[in-house]
Design a protein around this ligand. Structure first.
Ligand code: HEM
Length: 423
């Protein structure tokens, strides 16, 4: 494989043509499953891990492969992440942070290793317990029905803003215990954090500074309220639970707050929009679901395998180690390409066909091991309810016109998609 093709994997623009990227990954899985890839912009280069078993091995060995921010964290360092960091460290923002009593960037669990990771994860785990999710389920269905009622009788809608973005952000406001009116702000901040590689979404420096400081200020205000009057929402858990006899630092709290907004919102939106696109492009698969709604759980698994809302996560080797036939050196970066692992021919028959009755191993879209997505079940419930209710009301839904993808090699995100339907 050419050096250019390997290098291109670190570029967000490459992922605008997903078929071409799948070709690169198929070749790497076949010929060089742990492949050294040079990086643009003076980056230090990385190992592309493309096979299912290797991705699982790395994910379940946090003592060998770190997620910690001090080693490089879980994403590529891109021009955009550098830009946001530079802005966060600029004098203007630092002065504002000082006013807010935030002295340095904090850490969120996704960028921590055990044992500290385990402690932080335990703080919010009760918010995702089976009992909690059972209680939330009727709420999810009611909100979904309300959202679909809004588009009813119109014959067409821009699906991302009307449906796919709405349900997850409403549920996030619910989990945070904040007013629904505030969800627009949560959504806007989330876009600032993740959309910067896309020229349509990227906003100027002043806007980024304003958004970051507003978000920090908001997070701190809610924290104060929950200290005074705790509830059973996620923020109360973060604000009032002690780790080793101490409350979480304000820096870490703000980072945890941001993680939950981004992780809980964008990804679920992408699974809903990607699922609707896949069902529209494969009417025979949609028909199977209409004929037998009891296969919905299978269909949801298949949608999440197919869509891979998160394309990769990164790790850093903590010691010299052999992976596949390669000698990884301590300090080397590894990219776990879920997008590739989910199409591993050794794990699924015909992995490039979308098949809602497929029975196979668990996809990798929620990660694996130590950092397995804490919100996976919540995301699955939202996707299940959304597909069920859509099929009940608008069984002939069809995506029409150009589908516009966000420019990113991290999230597989649709930013614009028109859907037509009768009913
Ligand atoms: C389809 C939807 C979703 C997908 C595809 C997804 C994907 C992922 C992945 C791949 C990871 C693992 C990161 C790693 O190994 O480094 C992760 C972790 C995480 N996810 Fe999700 N996620 C989804 C929905 C959610 C939701 C709804 C929430 C919360 C409301 C959430 C919160 C988190 C958190 C807090 C972590 C960090 C867990 C840890 O570090 O232990 N996610 N997610």
């Amino acid at each position: 494989m050419s050096k250019e093709a390997r290098t291109s994997l670190s570029k967000a623009a490459t992922f605008q043509d997903q078929n071409a990227v799948h070709e690169i990954f198929s070749e790497l899985r076949r010929e060089d499953p742990v492949a050294w890839c040079p990086e643009l912009d003076g980056g230090r280069g990385f190992w592309s891990v493309t096979k299912y078993d290797d991705i699982q091995f790395v994910s379940k060995n946090p003592k060998l492969f770190s997620s910690d921010r001090v080693h490089g964290g879980i994403t590529f360092e891109t021009a955009e992440t550098r830009r946001i960091r530079k802005i966060s460290r600029s004098e203007g923002v630092q002065d504002k942070f000082k006013d807010l009593n935030i002295l340095e960037a904090g850490d969120s669990m996704i960028q921590m290793d055990p044992p500290i990771h385990t402690m932080h994860r335990r703080m919010v785990a009760p918010g995702f317990s089976p009992k909690k999710l059972l209680n939330l389920s009727p709420q999810i269905r009611k909100r979904c029905v309300d959202i679909l009622t809004q588009i009813s009788g119109k014959g067409e809608c821009e699906f991302i803003s009307s449906v796919a973005a709405e349900l997850p952000i409403q549920m996030l406001a619910e989990l945070f215990g904040v007013d629904q009116e505030e969800r627009t702000k949560l959504l806007e901040w989330s876009n600032v954090i993740i959309g910067g590689d896309d020229p349509d979404i990227r906003i100027d420096t002043d806007h980024t500074i304003t958004a970051l400081t507003e978000m920090y200020q908001y997070a701190i205000n809610v924290h104060q309220k929950r200290r005074e009057e705790p509830g059973d929402d996620l923020i109360s858990m973060l604000a009032n639970t002690e780790v080793e006899g101490k409350l979480m630092s304000m820096n870490d709290y703000v980072s945890a707050f941001i993680l939950l907004i981004v992780a809980g919102n964008e990804t679920t939106r992408n699974s809903i929009s990607g699922g609707v696109l896949a069902l529209s492009q494969h009417p025979e698969e949609r028909q199977k679901l209409l004929d037998d709604p009891s296969i919905i759980n299978n269909a949801v698994d298949e949608i999440i395998r197919w869509v891979h809302p998160v394309i990769y996560m990164a790790r850093t080797a903590l010691e010299d180690i052999k992976l596949g036939d390669k000698n990884i050196k301590k300090g080397d970066r590894l990219i776990l390409w879920y997008m590739s692992g989910n199409r591993d021919e050794d794990k699924w028959d015909d992995p490039f066909s979308f098949n809602v009755t497929r029975n196979g191993p668990r996809h990798l879209s929620f990660g694996y091991g130590q950092h397995l997505c804490i919100g996976w079940r919540l995301a699955e419930i939202q996707l299940t309810v959304c597909i069920e209710e859509l099929l009940k009301r608008f069984p002939d839904f069809e995506v029409k016109g150009e589908v516009k993808w966000m420019q990113s090699n991290f999230l597989n995100s649709i930013k614009h998609m028109d859907v037509h339907y009768s009913g």
